[in-house]
Design a binder for this molecule. Structure first.
Ligand code: MG
Length: 264
């Protein structure tokens, strides 16, 4: 979007959606894919207990999710030397699971159609590298709802002139709102995680919706709304749209009254 267009803030609502854990069960997928990877590694000579290896891998992954050496580190942690045959078998099994298990939550496509019908723009705000996140959108069958500039990723490459935050913090959301040319008060942010989807946008004045699904469903939340389905999100959006239409009408009415008084 050009700088000229950015200057004038748009008035309508915009919906910002988290991807992992919100549009699909990323945690459930990771478990299935990692178990398949370990199974394949064991079949290829990594002679360890699968359950033990899975627990170890979870620890390695949580320390550095962006690393591309998880399986190398797993082998090393069991005292195995670097072994490309074993590692590649694990990587292949992990990727093959994507074909079978990467699916959106069942009400997501319906919800995106609803937004399209209502002409409410939807954008993705997500942790991870753009190519990887787009790959997920393709596999989930959701890429048709988004264009190139609609997906905002942390961890995108740092260029000489700008540094993109590596996490979804206040700085990151400020950048997103500026790029979209919207006031945070006109944004509805939907996500599954308090620290990245609720707290930062809420502090900037956005309406926040926490989806109670997956790993973080039990977290304490300060979100404006906590929901179990996208049907509920659609109702919140309808209400917010009505509220804004009311405010706009109120403004117009006041202007009219003022002009009438001046005229009279
Ligand atoms: Mg998430």
């Amino acid at each position: 979007m050009s700088a000229v267009k950015e200057k004038k803030k748009k008035r309508g609502l915009v919906v910002l959606l988290d991807l992992d854990g919100t549009l699909h069960d990323s945690h459930g997928f990771w478990i299935a894919a990692s178990r398949n990877a370990i199974k394949a590694m064991v079949e290829n000579g990594f002679s360890v207990d699968e359950e033990k290896a899975f627990k170890r891998l979870k620890g390695i992954y949580s320390k550095n999710p962006y690393s591309n050496r998880h399986y190398n580190d797993l082998l090393r942690s069991f005292g195995f030397p670097e072994d490309p045959k074993i590692i590649s078998a694990g990587i292949r099994a992990f990727h093959r699971t994507k074909e079978k298990k990467l699916r959106p939550y069942r009400d997501v496509a319906w919800f995106l159609e609803f937004l399209k019908k209502k002409q409410i723009p939807a954008r993705i705000v997500t942790d991870g590298l753009p190519v990887k996140q787009w790959d997920k959108l393709h596999r989930l069958g959701l890429s048709r709802f988004f264009n190139k500039g609609d997906v905002f990723c942390t961890g995108a490459r740092t260029t000489a002139s700008e540094e993109i935050p590596r996490e979804k913090n206040v700085v990151f959301y400020r950048r997103v709102f500026a790029a979209l040319g919207v006031n945070p008060s006109n944004a509805i942010v939907v996500g599954d995680r308090e620290e990245s989807d609720v707290a930062p946008p809420k502090s900037l004045g956005a309406t926040t919706v926490k989806v109670l699904r997956g790993k973080y469903a039990g977290e304490k939340t300060a979100a404006d709304h906590a929901v179990n389905s996208f049907k509920q999100v659609s109702r919140i959006i309808k209400k917010e749209a009505v509220k804004r239409a009311g405010i706009e009408w109120g403004k117009k009415l006041k202007e009219l009254e003022k002009s009438l008084r001046l005229g009279g």
